[in-house]
Design a protein around this ligand. Structure first.
Ligand SMILES: [Zn+2]
Length: 158
C-alpha cells in the first residue's frame, strides 16, 4: 500500500489545502459565526472576493461535503457571504460608527496588516465584505485608523 500523505507538524490545516497546507493558517470569519482556517493564499482578499465570493464559497462547500459537515448553518453562511458580495449596498437604515459596527472586520484588518498586505487591497476587501444593510461600512479614514492601531493585532499574533 502506498504511503498516505499526512502532514507531520501537527499544525492546523487550511480548510481548502488539507494535508497540503504550507505555512501558517489563520481564522476567517464568515456570516452566522462560521469560522474557517485558511492558509495565506486562500485568506487573501483576492481569493475571498473572486467572482463575488463564489469561488471561495464553492471551494468551502466541497471541502465541507468531503468531511461531512455541510450543515444548514454553513450552507446559509456561504449563501449569505456570496449574496453580500454580489449585491450593491442598500440604503442605510441606521448608521453606527464603523469601528463599533465591524469588530470582526477590524480584527481582520489588523491581521492583514501584520501579514504585510497593502492598505489599498485591504480597503478593497473591506468594501466588499461590509455590505450589511443595517450599518454603514467603515470609511477609508476609519480603516486607516485601525491600520495604525497595533493593539488589535495582539490577540492574533502568531
Ligand atoms: Zn489553503
Amino acid at each position: 500500500m502506498p504511503p498516505v500523505p499526512v502532514t507531520a507538524s501537527g499544525r492546523p490545516w487550511c480548510a481548502l489545502c488539507g494535508s497540503g497546507t504550507v505555512g501558517r493558517v489563520r481564522s476567517v470569519e464568515l456570516p452566522y459565526g462560521v469560522v474557517v482556517r485558511l492558509c495565506a493564499p486562500h485568506a487573501t482578499p483576492a481569493f475571498l472576493t473572486r467572482d463575488h465570493g463564489r469561488v471561495a464559497a464553492a471551494a468551502l462547500e466541497r471541502a465541507w461535503i468531503s468531511v461531512g459537515c455541510l450543515d444548514h448553518r454553513r450552507r446559509r453562511s456561504l449563501e449569505t457571504y456570496v449574496r453580500r458580495l454580489s449585491q450593491p449596498r442598500e440604503p442605510q437604515q441606521r448608521r453606527r460608527p464603523g469601528s463599533y459596527a465591524w469588530p470582526d472586520v477590524r480584527q481582520q484588518v489588523a491581521q492583514m496588516r501584520d501579514r504585510g498586505e497593502r492598505f489599498e487591497s485591504v480597503m478593497e476587501w473591506v468594501r466588499h465584505v461590509c455590505t450589511d444593510e443595517r450599518t454603514s461600512p467603515p470609511s477609508s479614514r476609519t480603516v486607516r485608523r485601525w491600520w495604525r492601531d497595533t493593539a488589535w493585532s495582539a490577540p492574533y499574533a502568531p
